[in-house]
Design a protein around this ligand. Structure first.
Ligand code: SF4
Ligand code: SF4
Ligand code: SF4
Length: 242
């Protein structure tokens, strides 16, 4: 019997699910090994048991919480898909504002019926077994995690900073253009795609473990910054504030 996988979404832009669908030929190969039993973007069926649930988005309503708990009960393995699910992502940009007032501004006369609370990452509601960071996720990393799970191995995320991938690719450093880049403290795995595109790293993949270790101190020292100063820039993805 094939491994039964499901995709579920809560509050998010669905960009992470779109990344999965954009895998095209790679996805067709994966589909030979698994059976997709739930995926709102593609089908309407529901099943009682799932081997691996990939869940996108943050939890923002009471009914989301209940739905997530039900998915957890039905799933052997639960994977947080993308920053919104993993740590709240951009949904938490407004976390320091009054939720009732925000609701009123967004929903006006419907605000009473749409009872939302400050967005929660999945792990604040249920046990999360594995996580795929990023906004959006990296498609190749999704495939690597899927492959590990199908082989019953522990999926591993890179535990070094984006700077390493950036330096290896010999991209020009954003600091040299006067931009504060979060690459020195952000977990690698995206191949420094934003730097490649002429931007800076905004930290969507979250903190690398123990961001005080080399090799990235040197970049900070060269530009007169400390780890603490760079962590203060982490507001966009709400990293380190939980
Ligand atoms: S992590 Fe980013 S791409 Fe994924 S659902 Fe959230 S906002 Fe969209
Ligand atoms: S600070 Fe940013 S641009 Fe500079 S090397 Fe690191 S990731 Fe690349
Ligand atoms: S460079 Fe930074 S912001 Fe861009 S995808 Fe990688 S981790 Fe995310």
């Amino acid at each position: 019997m094939k491994t039964r996988i499901g995709f579920f979404d809560f509050t998010g832009c669905e960009g992470c699910q779109l990344t999965v669908m954009n895998l095209e030929n790679d996805l067709l190969q994966v589909l030979q090994l698994v059976e997709v039993v739930e995926f709102r973007e593609l089908m309407s069926e529901e099943v009682s048991e799932i081997d691996i649930a990939f869940i996108e988005g943050s939890i923002t309503r009471r009914q989301d919480r209940e739905r997530l708990q039900t998915i957890r009960e039905r799933s052997k393995i639960l994977v947080a898909l993308g920053a919104c699910a993993d740590n709240g992502g951009v949904n938490l940009l407004a976390s320091n504002q009054d939720v009732a007032s925000l609701r009123q501004q967004v929903y006006a006369s419907d605000a009473e019926h749409l009872q939302t609370f400050t967005p929660l990452p999945l792990h604040r509601v249920v046990k999360v077994d594995y996580r795929i960071p990023g906004c959006p996720i990296d498609g190749q990393e999704f495939l690597a995690v899927m492959q590990a799970l199908l082989l019953e191995r522990e999926p591993e995320l890179p535990n070094f900073a984006v700077c390493v991938e950036c330096k290896l690719a010999e991209y020009p450093c954003s600091f040299d253009y006067g931009e504060i880049c979060l690459g020195p403290v952000t977990r690698a795995g995206c191949r420094a795609i934003c730097i490649e595109g002429g931007d800076r790293c905004r930290g969507c993949r979250g903190l690398v473990d123990n961001p005080r270790t080399s090799p990235y101190h040197k970049v900070l020292e060269e530009h007169g910054l400390s780890v603490q100063e760079i962590l203060e820039q982490y507001r966009i993805f709400h990293i380190g504030e939980e």
